[in-house]
Design a protein around this ligand. Structure first.
Ligand code: AP5
Ligand code: MG
Length: 226
């Protein structure tokens, strides 16, 4: 069976994880984007009972419990690898706590014939830049497309270029909630790196450059791992 590798994409809220993973997946068909945040927002849009509970947590900038998150995560991974050829699974915000890092480590050990040791990449961007990015972000909740009112606007204000439907602001893109999300990221980052024992091999990319430069740097770093 072919081996695949997890790429843990770390980075504070707004650092460009989603933007980059979407472009990389488009450019490289065997690189798959896994975003627990996108999966939770999809569940919220479905109007299910679980979605109502998730919305409360996301809008408050709080983490979803580890058990729920890792269940959703593993089933998404299994679905992707069973249906398509995969070389890299780009984990966008999927690993956010020490317990989740342990879960991933154990999953790789348990299924060592399928998964190579994970690699960690971090997008580094100053927090004041991130606040501007997040307060100006608009998304299409139907297809996950990401815009910015100034830096990456749609052709027609408030309308998605792709499906012609309305763009919305995320419920957690309010400054007080954004600050809370930064705090969680700051607290959880080091414990995650400790568990995965990768601190020295961590690939840090300056995410405070234009989108295409960051894409190029990420592509080069990932291709070196192949
Ligand atoms: P999630 O959706 O993953 O949110 P996040 O981690 O806070 O990150 P963001 O999506 O806000 O930022 P991003 O890095 O993707 O930036 P983007 O590319 O959009 O998670 C949401 C919530 O779900 C969590 O708070 C939690 O409640 C829950 N959750 C998810 N996973 C969980 C887990 N594992 N455990 C527990 N709970 C979990 O870019 C941002 C903006 O900047 C855009 O407007 C974009 O156009 C712009 N931009 C991007 N790159 C550039 C650039 N290079 N230059 C200029 N502008 C740029
Ligand atoms: Mg995102």
């Amino acid at each position: 069976m072919a081996m695949q590798r997890f790429l843990i994409i770390l980075g504070a809220p707004g650092s460009g994880k989603g933007t980059q993973c979407k472009v990389l997946a488009q450019n490289n068909p065997t690189w798959k984007h896994v975003s627990t945040g996108d999966l939770f927002r999809k569940e919220i849009s479905s109007g299910s009972e679980q979605g109502v509970e998730l919305k409360k947590l996301l809008d408050a900038g709080q983490l979803v419990p580890d058990d729920t998150t890792m269940g959703v995560f593993e089933s998404q991974v299994d679905q992707l690898i069973s249906s398509e050829k995969v070389d890299f699974l780009m984990l966008d915000g999927c690993i956010r706590t020490k317990a989740q890092a342990k879960f991933l480590k154990e999953l790789c050990e348990r299924r060592s014939s399928e998964f190579k040791k994970p690699t960690i990449v971090e997008l580094n961007v100053p927090e004041e830049v991130l606040v501007k990015r997040l307060t100006g972000r608009l998304i299409n909740p139907r297809n996950g497309r990401i815009y910015h009112i100034i830096d990456n606007p749609p052709k027609v204000a408030g309308i998605c270029d792709e499906d012609g439907g309305p763009l919305v602001q995320r419920g957690d893109d309010k400054e007080d909630v954004i600050r809370k999300r930064f705090q969680i990221y700051r607290n959880e980052r080091d414990p995650i790196l400790e568990v995965l024992d990768e601190q020295n091999k961590l690939i840090v990319i300056d995410g405070n450059q234009d989108t295409s430069t960051v894409t190029q740097l990420l592509t080069e770093a990932i291709k070196k791992l192949a």
